[in-house]
Design a protein around this ligand. Structure first.
Ligand code: TMP
Ligand code: ASP
Length: 242
């Protein structure tokens, strides 16, 4: 394979930039040293954040592929750049919850970290202007955002991701409270797991200290974020070696 190089900036996200490449099937992802919350209303530059999330997401996507969960990840290029398969992102955030937290806790006045007997799945419509509203299957179908079959596949796949992530984090002495994933449609019309999986998109709690090891540290102003992400990476590398 001839070497792939990046060309035009295709999309500027809040944490990543996506570039086209010399291969039409491949996209170059640059992880930025930027963290945002509340749909971009809170935004800070943080040195080392891009590098840490790039590594964490690369390890997790490789692990998922090795466990039969197909995804867009091709390879990590250097500290904060990846190559991924080009897909058209479906504008739905698929959330899986094992315990009550965040918007679920607020919406239903549920007890913080109440354990669910079976995981909860939810969709949110990806739109910063609308503050990513909750959307159900029939609303998403009416808007032409996704088909019922695509949404079923996304929920089933997200639950498989949940099983694997729970196991990975358990080996790191961490409880997976909830997480968000995104899917895209590839050139053949197939839906595959895409975007990133990192402490930006998961809620993670240390089993001993009960402290948050994820973006809630930034959302709630609980302390410095990058050392927390580095702690996740250190534990993840150790768990993956074992
Ligand atoms: P929520 O409790 O705020 O609905 O969030 C559920 C999960 O989704 C949590 O792990 C954080 C993650 N998430 C994102 O990755 N991006 C977002 O824009 C939001 C709102 C949540
Ligand atoms: N992902 C959203 C943002 O970056 C919201 C959040 O994670 O709280 O603004």
């Amino acid at each position: 394979m001839t070497e792939i190089t990046k060309t035009d900036l295709m999309y500027q996200g809040k944490a990543k930039e996506m570039f086209a490449t010399t291969d039409p099937e491949t996209v170059w992802v640059h992880y930025m040293d930027q963290v945002t919350a509340f749909n971009g209303k809170k935004k800070v530059q943080m040195k080392g954040k891009g590098e840490t999330n790039c590594r964490i997401s690369s390890i997790i996507f490789s692990d998922l592929a090795a466990h039969g969960i197909e995804n867009h990840f091709i390879k990590q290029l250097d500290s904060n750049n990846q190559l991924v398969k080009r897909v058209k992102i479906i504008p739905l955030e698929t959330v899986v919850r094992n315990m009550a937290s965040g918007s679920f806790e607020r919406k239903f006045a549920a007890e913080h970290l109440m354990k669910f007997e079976k995981p909860v799945t939810e969709f949110f419509y990806k739109s910063d202007e609308l503050d990513d509203p909750f959307i159900n299957d029939s609303q998403a179908e009416a808007l032409g955002v996704a088909t019922p079959a695509q949404m079923d596949f996304m929920k089933q796949t997200a639950l498989k991701v949940n099983d694997r992530l729970k196991a990975i984090f358990a080996d790191m002495n961490i409880d997976l409270v909830d997480f968000k994933v995104e899917f895209g449609v590839d050139g053949d019309g197939k839906v595959i797991l895409a975007d990133e999986i990192s402490p930006d998109s998961c809620r993670l709690i240390d089993r001993d200290t009960k402290k948050s090891l994820d973006k809630d540290v930034f959302r709630k102003g609980l302390g410095e974020l990058v050392p927390v992400y580095e702690e996740i990476l250190t534990r993840l590398e150790k768990a993956e070696e074992a």
